[in-house]
Design a protein around this ligand. Structure first.
Ligand code: KG4
Ligand code: ZN
Length: 393
């Protein structure tokens, strides 16, 4: 296999990332400039601010990635950049910079789908693990990949043939993504932003069985969709059951619980107290949470985790998959990882995650996903553009 150094650039949401990965396997550098502090006062990502911060960060972040990797602009073999999905203005910063670099250096340019990046983050870890364990254990396909992040809760069946990866979507969220539910519930409870990591750390301090939540179970969609203006149903492109998710209901249920239990004054007090602490530690947040709130947080997380695991494993059985990947920001969640390990293990299904650091947005995953495209010489022309609503296939 040829040795190739690919510079990955990621700017789809609120992290500016640059990384150099050798031959899709070995991370030489992986620099992430987080914008959390910028968006924190708003309790969510503000698109205009995100673009501005990417503009500020992109040049130093790329320079740092090259320096840490011991590479120069000239020694790179290709430049890979996230094309979508994501915030259009944010994506454009990375894309414009990648184009300028590729043009000036006369290097090939590779466009990568952010979701494919998340899936290939698992592979990075897996390849390293293979090398370490030297078991020579190969991945068995088809792979079922759950991509669970702030913007997505998607199930894909993945296949690979001669370095060509293809994906088929067999489930997605009908409303909120799982990470969005973590963030909204944390915000609602005055716990800060982003909510996922905070809920993860607090959940261990509460009783996960204290509050009963129910998540809507969506019946398999009738795949014979009607074309507009036609009575006769048309067969959907790909037949087969769908495994969809829905997380806006649990957010409303938490809100209702807050109202009926009169938790609002305590939440407001906590919000004000935390706003006055620079980078609050877990102890600060714990001190501001009573038992009922900790039980609520633990119960919310348990319900989310059980639903994600149950639906994914049902899809794995239905499609008779050989391997499971779980990736995206929410894959950093410790209870989710432990539950997947336990439940998939009981089904004899091998499950792989990226390292926790590679679960959230980064550019190493973009460089990794670009490597099979590099081998296939799948390069893009200079007129390619951002695709905010890009799907993966
Ligand atoms: O993949 P990512 O970094 O960005 C997107 O592509 O969306 O995912 C960010 C999401 C946020 O919603 C964040 O709250 C969630 O992942 N997240 C977590 C954890 N770490 C990040 N959710 C639950 N537990 C975590 N430990
Ligand atoms: Zn992401």
């Amino acid at each position: 296999m040829p040795d190739a150094h690919i510079l990955g650039i990621e700017s789809s949401c609120d992290e500016t990332g640059a990384a150099v990965v050798r031959s899709g396997e070995q991370i030489l550098s992986n620099v992430v400039a987080s914008q959390i502090a910028t968006h924190q006062p708003y309790g969510g990502v503000v698109p205009e601010l995100a673009s501005r911060e990417h503009l500020r960060a992109i040049v130093p972040v790329v320079r740092q990635a090259l320096a840490e990797a011991g590479q120069t602009y000239q020694s790179l073999d290709a430049i890979a950049v996230t094309q979508g999905p994501g915030l259009a203005g944010a994506l454009l910063v990375g894309i414009s910079y990648a184009k300028a670099l590729a043009f000036a250096l006369e290097k090939p340019l590779i466009a990568v789908n952010h979701l494919e990046g998340h899936i290939h983050a698992v592979l990075l870890g897996h390849r390293q693990m293979e090398q370490r364990q030297s078991e020579g254990g190969k991945l068995h396909f088809p792979v079922l990949a759950l991509v669970v992040s702030g913007g997505h809760t998607h199930l894909y069946l993945a296949q690979v043939e001669e370095n060509l990866w293809t994906y088929r979507n067999i489930g997605h969220t009908r409303d909120d993504a799982a990470g969005e539910a973590f963030d909204k519930v944390a915000k609602l409870l005055g716990l800060g932003y982003p909510g996922g990591p905070i809920v993860d750390r607090l959940a261990g301090h509460g009783d996960p069985l204290a509050v009963k939540f129910q998540i809507v179970q969506i019946k398999h969609r009738d795949r014979r969709e009607h074309k507009q203006g036609e009575d006769k149903p048309v067969q959907a492109e790909e037949a087969g059951p769908q495994f969809d998710f829905s997380y806006s209901g649990i957010k409303t249920a938490v809100l209702r619980y807050v109202e009926t239990e009169h938790l609002k004054p305590a939440i407001e007090a906590r919000r004000r107290a935390l706003a006055g602490i620079d980078k609050p530690a877990l102890e600060d947040i714990l001190r501001l949470c009573d038992r009922q709130t900790l039980d609520l947080v633990a119960s919310f997380q348990r319900t989310m985790v059980n639903d994600l695991v149950a639906k994914t494993l049902a899809a794995a059985r239905e499609y008779d998959v050989q391997t499971l990947f779980v990736s995206g920001g929410v894959a950093a969640n410790r209870e989710l990882r432990a539950t997947f390990e336990r439940e998939a293990g009981m089904q004899g299904l091998p499950v792989f995650f990226p390292s926790r650091a590679l679960s959230t947005d980064n550019a190493a995953m973009i460089a990794a996903a670009a490597f099979p495209k590099f081998l296939r010489r799948e390069f893009v022309a200079m007129d390619f553009s951002a695709e905010a609503g890009m799907s993966l296939r």
